[in-house]
Design a protein around this ligand. Sequence first.
Ligand code: FAD
Ligand code: SIN
Length: 528
Amino acid sequence: MISVDYLVIGSGVAGLTFAVKIAEQFREKTICIVTKTDEEESNTKYAQGGVAVVLDFQEDSFQKHIQDTLIAGDGLCDTSVVEMVIKEGPKRLTDLICWGASFDLDYNGKLDLGKEGGHSEYRIAHHKDITGYEIETALLRRINQLPNITLLNHHFAVDLITEHQVYKFDPDNISCYGAYILNQKKGNIEIIKAGVTILATGGIGSVYGHTTNPTIATGDGIAMAYRAKAQISDMEFVQFHPTVLYDDKEGQSFLISEAVRGFGAYLKNKNGHRFMLDHDERGELASRDIVSRSIDNELKKSGESCVYLDCTHLHIDDFRIHFPNIYDECISRNIDVEKDWIPVVPASHYLCGGIVVDRNGKTSIHNLFACGECSRTGLHGANRLASNSLLEALVYAHNIYKYLCSHPGQQVSIQIPDWDDQGTHIDKEHIFINHNSKELQALMNDYVGIVRSNALLMKAIIHLDLMYKEVEELYKRSKINTTLCELRNMINVAHLIISQSLERKENRGGYFNIDNISPKKILENYTS
Ligand code: FAD
Ligand code: SIN
């Protein structure tokens, strides 16, 4: 058993930023970060576009960024949270720069600011098209310099420790005492006791078969918090990114950043028509929900497999300077951006909802905080504005740290029972797990996509229920392993997405259910 002051679950921008701040402030406190694969593997590592921050106060203003965020969120953002996050932006970007992350400069030596969908001004600070990698590596470098941080990679958090495991359970008064952690190399479950636990476990993209997220994004933190009875909300607002490189082969997908449209690329159908102008006066730079839905509409009308990003009118040398990674990836797939259109389709990208937190990142469970993509802060409402996610993680990591400076957690003195795996066996049913994961991902693609209906959602929930029962049974009789836990978590997350979708009776932002609109409107939608 390990006992620490702070247990951080996840090593993306949210977890690492919090850990650096608290470790620098309290050199005598112990911080343990657990992460389920190599330490840099995270959604953060793949972020392309950048961090949305107001820096040019001549053209831009906090008010404009606030307004853009509120419009994208379609009336469901918490305005006071939006104001707080956006006004904190410049300071939190400075933190990253102080820790050694570099951002591109323009010819005048000022930060070069890009533009993305839904933004009325140029305000995206970026490091070429690999901003996330730059942030992740800078944070890990800083972590390695701090002796009071222990980073355990290949350690998978299985479940939070609450009264549920310890003694009598009162659903209105739950506290967290740390987590049960699977040491993936040794195969045993370890207890990490902590005065304060921070969930920074990232997104849920892998619940869908087609996603921009790496395979680690299985919603573990949300599922753990849900099982521990934390409040979870806004799960119906799964954001689909409009432009993922279309490839009919299976494998890790590749994002074509929205910044490419901000740079001037056109979205066209096979006939060369710039269809976005038919849907929104902002054209290619409408917010993500509108662009994804318009592409979905275009594909359903035409029966084609993809639409295209046309960059052939852009200055290719500038394109290569701004987007070297995208350029190289296209070349490796025989797409010459200078001459060829890039085939693209939407894919699941980001979860706007998650574990409900207040402005200090506190969840509804005592001593449990959540930060980053797994949390629901109220910033995004029904649809996240591009590049507001890294910003949110940076601001909330800081808020949690500030809160803990004045409310330091207590050491855990209670006895925690060992993980009980009596009567379980080493599971040999890898094919079953693999098969069920694929089935779940197909189900979410087909029934819980960009355009939903009550009938499809009901079909999905019935199917999911069967899967849930089978997997729970297997879980109870098996020795724990990562893929089984991930499948169990993905089923929990899928359940939350579907059930909260069924509860929503009005379409907002990224949520669109044909049963929430009049038949006349449906017809207009598909004939326009
Ligand atoms: P992550 O970075 O995903 O980190 C989660 C961590 O938790 C990982 O280390 C993971 O291994 C670990 N973990 C998960 N479960 C467990 C477990 N059970 N036990 C132990 N460890 C666990 N946002 C922007 O603002 N700007 C962008 O330009 C941008 N581009 C993007 C491009 C792509 C391709 C993707 C996928 C996302 C992009 N986003 C962007 C979104 C943004 O990157 C993420 O929302 C953000 O990085 C999430 O950070 P995080 O720290 O919350 O989670
Ligand atoms: C992108 O670069 O298009 C992704 C930006 C984001 O998800 O905010």
